[in-house]
Design a protein around this ligand. Structure first.
Ligand SMILES: Cc1ncc(COP(=O)(O)O)c(C=O)c1O
Length: 370
């Protein structure tokens, strides 16, 4: 691969000719919504995760929303969410009229601090949405054990973590439902898109109904048995994701190689590199470093932009966002110090298939001089 001498954005999907060919095939067929490639993608996802059902939806927020809906979670219920994630993880709780209960993250892994979960559980707790942040499995086995003990549902937010494992088992397949996003910043993309996976036949059936206006066919006639949504995926989107899904192992291997190169080449006392665990793989949806307390995140982002490198903060401290401040009135900095620190001192740097080794070395050199 050639060195990129122009601007290196934070993310850029690797859309290949073979992907475009499949999309074209669908466009030419005229069967644009929920056709053969949606089915292939669903079957492929279910098989890959060794589960029975996968349901493709229009994005990875719709997946979380329907997960809560299908479990009957609503007003009066509490849902535990990490204080540090993309805001969608909490927004869906608000959308169903339930209440978010935030738990701080571990400062090293950026995943929910499992030691703090139990004190957040109350008689109103109905579910927990652990996030496998930036492509690293959280301590999902501990989360599931706690959930089982207290009789609450686990909806895994694996939006960023396709292919991540704990003890050899793929994330998304631990909880009652696993949720994935196929947004362009993820390992494979359909533009916008999302997938839910489950082993529960009744849940899968209801999800298919809910994504399509609550439809039920009765003696060849359409009936509407729920106030559902239009959360369907188009078939050309599914074709794009399906094509990339064929090379998922190669994608993850290549990203892992680039991450290793960062580990070897970034040396800067003001920057802490991400944690690379020995007991589970990291899928590097985001390479997220932490800046020293003395360093101003905004200035670094601007400085790197001036050097033609796109970076940004990695995810939000959700209780610190305006809506959540108004709704819950929590002192986020004091109550969720690790989430707040990751939000204000975290920096996502470029790591994706379109980058070459030379690009990574170039970015590292610039970061080392900061
Ligand atoms: C952790 C997490 N959950 C949910 C989502 C929402 O996914 P989508 O953008 O496909 O709606 C994202 C998207 O970035 C995410 O990072």
């Amino acid at each position: 691969m050639e060195t990129n001498t122009t601007f290196l954005p934070l993310a850029r999907p690797d859309i290949r000719e073979e992907d475009i060919a499949l999309v074209n095939e669908v466009l030419r067929s005229g069967m644009l919504v929920q056709g053969k490639y949606v089915e292939k993608l669903e079957n492929g996802f279910a098989e890959y995760h060794e589960l029975k059902y996968a349901i493709a939806l229009s994005n990875g927020t719709a997946t979380l929303h329907l997960a809560l809906k299908v479990l009957g979670i609503g007003p009066g219920d509490e849902v535990i969410v990490p204080a540090f994630s993309y805001v969608a993880t909490a927004n869906v709780v608000e959308l169903v009229g339930a209440t978010c209960v935030f738990v701080d993250i571990d400062e090293v892994t950026f995943n929910i601090d499992v030691a703090q979960i139990e004190k957040a559980i109350t008689p109103k707790t109905k579910a927990i949405i652990p996030v496998h942040e930036f492509g690293l499995a959280c301590d999902i086995e501990v989360v599931c054990a706690l959930a089982e003990k207290h009789g609450i549902h686990v909806i895994e937010d694996a939006a960023c973590a396709l292919g991540a494992r704990q003890n050899g088992k793929l994330v998304g397949s631990f909880g009652v439902l696993g949720s994935f996003s196929l947004h362009p910043r993820k390992s494979i993309t359909s533009g916008e898109g999302g997938i839910l996976i489950t082993n529960d036949e009744i849940i899968a059936f209801k999800l298919k109904q809910l994504r399509n206006h609550g439809i039920q066919m009765e003696n060849g006639k359409m009936n509407f048995v729920e106030a559902g949504f239009n959360y369907r995926m188009t078939d050309f989107q599914a074709a794009l994701a399906w094509s990339q899904f064929q090379r998922i192992d190669n994608i993850l291997e290549y990203k892992n190689k680039l991450a290793d190169l960062y580990f070897d080449s970034i040396i800067n006392a003001k920057i802490t590199l991400p944690f690379k665990p020995l007991d589970r793989n990291h899928t590097w949806q985001t390479f997220h470093v932490l800046l020293d307390k003395s360093v101003e995140q905004k200035k670094i982002i601007e400085k790197l932009k001036g050097k033609d490198i796109g970076t940004n903060y990695g995810a939000q401290c959700i209780p610190a966002q305006t809506f959540y401040k108004k709704r819950y009135n929590l002192n986020a900095e004091a109550l969720f110090p690790n989430a707040y620190n990751a939000y204000t001192k975290g920096l996502a740097i470029p790591l994706y298939e379109k980058l070459s080794d030379d690009d990574i070395l170039h970015i590292s050199q610039i970061i080392n001089k900061l």
